[in-house]
Design a protein around this ligand. Sequence first.
Ligand SMILES: Cc1cc2nc3c(=O)[nH]c(=O)nc-3n(C[C@H](O)[C@H](O)[C@H](O)COP(=O)(O)OP(=O)(O)OC[C@H]3O[C@@H](n4cnc5c(N)ncnc54)[C@H](O)[C@@H]3O)c2cc1C
Ligand code: FES
Length: 280
Amino acid sequence: MTRILEARPLTPVTKFFRLDAPLIAASAQPGQFVMLRAREGGERIPITIADYDRETGTVVIVVQEVGATTRRVCALEAGEEILDVAGPLGSPIELPAGGHLCGVGGGFGTASLLCLMRERRASGGRTTAIVGARTKDLLILLDDLASLCDAVEVCTDDGSAGFRGFVTQRLAQLIAGDGPGRPDHVVAIGPMAMMRAVAETTRGHRVKTLVSMDPLMVDGTGMCGGCRVMVAGKPRFACVDGPCFDAHDVDFDVAMRRNKAYVRQEHAALERLACASGRD
Ligand SMILES: Cc1cc2nc3c(=O)[nH]c(=O)nc-3n(C[C@H](O)[C@H](O)[C@H](O)COP(=O)(O)OP(=O)(O)OC[C@H]3O[C@@H](n4cnc5c(N)ncnc54)[C@H](O)[C@@H]3O)c2cc1C
Ligand code: FES
């Protein structure tokens, strides 16, 4: 059992949790994730470790409601417990030392930038976060990122905050030398379509780019093969070989097709949950 110490909504569909998880906090590194199960008999789902504090033994995760299990997790409050939280799993993000790191975040992926930027800045690198959302109300953790990064660039599709346009348009401007300047490395974490667009933006500019892939996972430990992604023409398991891979080597078409494989079953699970809880 893992106790929830803090739980607060960030948007109508995204919730911040601070967990009492000293063993995970002791060895977690940026890029890794946990597998959690909310209740007995429930599905295990992968969730990125957004941040950790080794001294207090706490771990932060940010969960976005998309289906039955994430909805169950987001219904939990401080003082309640999550049945299983296993981790840290996956390989940490590996980047060459120094230089200017630009982290591009969308949706819950923005949260995953927290520990990455903190560790990077502590090791002497320059850090810029580019954070995007459709509209101002869906932006998350801007103050936290502002305290951890040298610069935070906000983008909204509707222009309600910051730059009007996509994160990739702002990234292209930075590569051209604008604002905080050209990045040496880019790490993109967010919806698959966004990560693919980031890969296309940096391709051809000799900017090393990593993306954090989020395929469907079952065991999270390399045994089921469910999380297979094609990278440089070879099958790799995101749970043990990743989840971060060189963006220019990832076959996003295959990855996006595979993520839609169980849409019918996922909708059925959500309908069952809605019937059981009286929600529509
Ligand atoms: C390494 C990794 C890290 C992740 N980190 C986070 C995180 O920090 N916070 C967070 O909220 N979510 C994260 N996810 C995604 C999360 O695991 C899924 O949203 C969750 O499994 C969905 O479960 P569900 O039962 O609520 O929805 P389901 O009923 O399983 O799915 C509902 C809908 O979401 C889509 N979906 C399901 N899983 C994924 C996925 N992995 N990627 C894209 N679309 C998906 C389905 O196609 C469907 O349309 C991560 C996934 C991976 C692989
Ligand atoms: S989730 Fe089973 S092999 Fe990766």
